[in-house]
Design a binder for this molecule. Structure first.
Ligand code: SF4
Length: 332
């Protein structure tokens, strides 16, 4: 069997639903989303392109600073690019397309302005890498990806930047567990620069927010261990569909290309939305109660063992309902 090539999106897919991973990654079934007409996705990809090209075409010669594009110039180019693509996008059925086009254009302009001001503050310093692809080979699997940008800071340290064009900003705590950033830090250390990145930055240009996170050896080892486990599951079970667990939820299933073949999805279709939410409530409550029972059982067993020990130590064989068994009695 060929080595599995992992990326952060494939790892996220595995976390979402193993069967979805099986379908999309192992069988190569295409997802259901139509990203090419999604305004959010398209805005993100245009902005990534602009951020990339802002530096890509600039030479690293001394002339660089005289050749910097003005913000106005950038904004005009962005409006033209957005105008070209925005008419063909899908804004949903009941929204006024023109209002939505304008809304996204304003969002894009805001992101562009924030990006420009950020770069200005940094002295328009040329990044070390832009949109850099990497492939890391391990014994059992490989790891691929593309990092938006790597900067060398004034103090000589390395920062990795990932642009995020989303409304929701990840918390610092969640950023610590972000697989994509961990993979970038491995790539920087083991391949791209052979240096450890000091900071991993999620930059949200629309909100002009930076979430900074760090990685140590243990977070890197933890991810590699997880990948080894997923890889050995794949090696062991190959294409046996029933060995991949389902983990349905509306947001996961709606983009899944395996709906028709998925037993869980088809069973769920037999229920009305009301029955589904009623069942979900009951399942959640059942899980809560099971957890509580487990917790109480653990505490009860612990107490029982303490009572027995105390009875043995005090050389008594009966106390209220507690009686030492023959073997407990003889083990005193
Ligand atoms: S339809 Fe839902 S449960 Fe089934 S494989 Fe896809 S994501 Fe998983």
């Amino acid at each position: 069997m060929k080595k599995t090539s992992f990326s952060s999106s494939k790892i996220d897919l595995w976390k979402q639903c193993e069967l979805k991973f099986y379908a999309h990654v192992l069988l190569g079934i295409r997802p259901k989303n139509n990203f090419s007409r999604d305004p959010k996705v398209q805005l993100g990809s245009i902005l990534h392109k602009f951020f990339h090209e802002f530096y890509k075409d600039q030479s690293q010669t001394n002339l660089f600073k005289q050749n910097i594009k003005s913000l106005r110039n950038l904004e005009e180019e962005f409006c033209t690019a957005w105008d070209d693509i925005s008419k063909s996008l899908d804004y949903g059925n009941d929204t006024d397309a023109k209002t939505q086009q304008f809304f996204y254009q304003e969002k894009g302009l805001k992101a562009l302005k924030n990006f420009y001001k950020r770069e200005e503050k940094r002295g328009f310093k040329q990044p070390v890498f832009l949109e850099k692809w990497f492939k890391l080979s391990f014994d059992e699997f490989s790891l691929t990806g593309r990092v938006d940008r790597i900067d060398r800071e004034e103090d000589g340290s390395i920062s990795i930047v990932d642009y995020k064009i989303t409304d929701k900003i990840l918390s610092v705590e969640d950023a610590k567990g972000d697989n994509q950033l961990t993979i970038y830090s491995i790539a920087c250390l083991q391949s791209l620069l052979n240096e450890k990145a000091q900071k991993l930055i999620l930059y949200y240009p629309t909100q002009d927010e930076e979430i900074i996170s760090y990685r140590n050896d243990s977070s890197i080892e933890e991810l590699l261990l997880k990948l080894k486990q997923i890889n050995s599951h794949i090696e062991q079970h190959g294409l046996q569909q029933d060995k991949y667990n389902t983990n349905p939820a509306d947001w996961k299933c709606s983009s899944c290309g395996f709906q028709k073949q998925c037993p869980e999805f088809n069973e769920r279709k037999k229920l009305t939305p009301g029955q589904t939410s009623d069942l979900k409530e009951k399942i959640d409550r059942h899980k809560e109660l099971q957890n509580l029972i487990n917790f109480l059982n653990t505490e009860s067993n612990q107490l029982e063992s303490e009572i027995i020990t105390s009875m043995k130590q005090n050389k008594i064989t009966k106390f209220e309902n507690y009686k030492l068994t023959q073997s407990e009695n003889t083990s005193q």
